[in-house]
Design a protein around this ligand. Structure first.
Ligand SMILES: *Cc1c(COP(=O)(O)O)cnc(C)c1O
Length: 359
């Protein structure tokens, strides 16, 4: 490791008052420290450091504010019953972050090296990993373009941050199915666009549809492809699966769908369990047709936050379908329980997915 990659630690001597774990809301509470690293065209990525968590100062002309050159990631650290700290497939997050960066013309990170920085940050903040079952420490790595310049061109300087937020359980009242509205007007992403990247604009552009669905009493929207408005892409900011008869179907990655790590893990689990699983184009018409035939057994979204989120009802124009009588399906439940048990060390991990943060 050369000099410019040496990690400096500036300790926070002014520790925060902590919120009781049962009062935690998502993403509002942050730990005592954060990780920062700089990029310049001359030096590349350099000056990695762990500092007290604090506001940052940027020039008002910093390119992030004007043209949205930024990417982010989301993963969690879990505390096991015997007090070890585990990450779930974190290398996949940094690999995906680099794919997002490539799309946004942001310089790539050394994936293995940044994982060691995250591990060091977690060693320092390990007391912040909640102890309550179902709770975790949410990890948010992100990169912003910092050059003060209004020209339309990639920034010459960037900062990479990692911040940490203790979060409660997604399912305070237990895993339960949600109502979904099939969005016909707005599009989340199109092939050739930025849908495969975790970049800010995709999410702010989705608020309008989410808000309308909320106003109508739904919890999320189902996104269709932007070209034909026929093929299913994602549900809210989760990937989506359908159990049709004995087979599990999920939309094929096509450039507009975000490649979820939960999605990948579920496909791998199903294969291991000899449950037929296929990645292919699937139209909304096909799903409603299959429902009429009575063979749509389960529908669920997948992502780091909820892990598995069962869908109890889908509304498409005037048509409505109720899935599994509005109850959580057997397979959805088994997937949820298996994945969360592996993530929290309750069940042995035969796949080598978990990474322990060792002293
Ligand atoms: C992050 C994200 C997902 C889920 O990815 P995971 O790695 O499983 O958390 C799915 N869709 C969108 C749009 C996302 O941003």
């Amino acid at each position: 490791m050369n000099e410019q990659h040496h990690l400096n630690v500036i300790e926070n001597t002014n520790r925060k008052q902590r919120v009781a774990e049962d009062q935690l809301a998502f993403g509002k509470e942050f730990t005592d420290h954060m990780f920062v690293m700089d990029y310049s065209t001359e030096k590349g990525w350099h000056h990695p450091r762990i500092t007290p968590y604090e506001p940052i100062t940027l020039d008002p002309a910093a390119m992030i504010f004007h043209y949205g050159q930024t990417v982010f990631e989301g993963l969690k650290a879990y505390r096991t019953e015997d007090d070890r700290i585990l990450l779930f497939r974190p290398e996949k997050n940094f690999q995906r972050m680099n794919r997002s960066s490539e799309r946004l013309s942001i310089p790539l990170l050394d994936e293995k090296l940044v994982l060691t920085y995250l591990e060091e940050l977690l060693r320092i903040e390990k007391e912040w990993v909640p102890k309550t079952a179902g709770y975790s420490l949410y990890i948010r790595p992100f990169i912003i373009a910092t050059e003060p310049n209004l020209s339309l061109a990639p920034s010459n300087t960037y900062q990479f941050y990692i911040i940490l937020s203790p979060v409660g359980s997604y399912y305070r009242e237990g895993i339960h199915p949600v109502k979904i509205f099939v969005e016909e007007e707005f599009t989340r992403a199109v092939r050739g666009g930025t849908g495969m990247a975790k970049t800010a604009g995709n999410y702010s552009a989705a608020y309008i549809a989410q808000q309308r669905a909320t106003d109508k009493g739904y919890s999320q929207v189902l996104w269709l492809d932007g070209v034909e408005k026929k093929y299913i892409e994602e549900v809210g900011s989760m990937n989506v699966f359908f159990k049709i008869g004995e087979e599990v179907v999920t939309p094929l990655l096509n450039g507009s769908i975000l490649e979820g790590i939960t999605r990948l893990s579920i496909i791998e689990l199903l294969k291991d369990w000899n449950v037929p699983v296929v990645e292919r184009r699937v139209s909304i018409e096909e799903i409603f047709q299959a429902h009429k035939e009575g063979i749509v057994e389960e529908v669920f979204g997948t992502g780091t936050a909820a892990v598995v989120s069962p869908v109890g009802e889908l509304t498409w124009n005037d048509e409505q379908m109720i899935i599994n009588n509005g109850h959580t399906g057997k397979l959805s439940k088994k997937l949820y329980e298996t994945l969360t048990a592996i993530q929290t060390g309750k069940q042995q991990d035969p796949y080598g997915w978990t990474v322990e943060i060792k002293e």
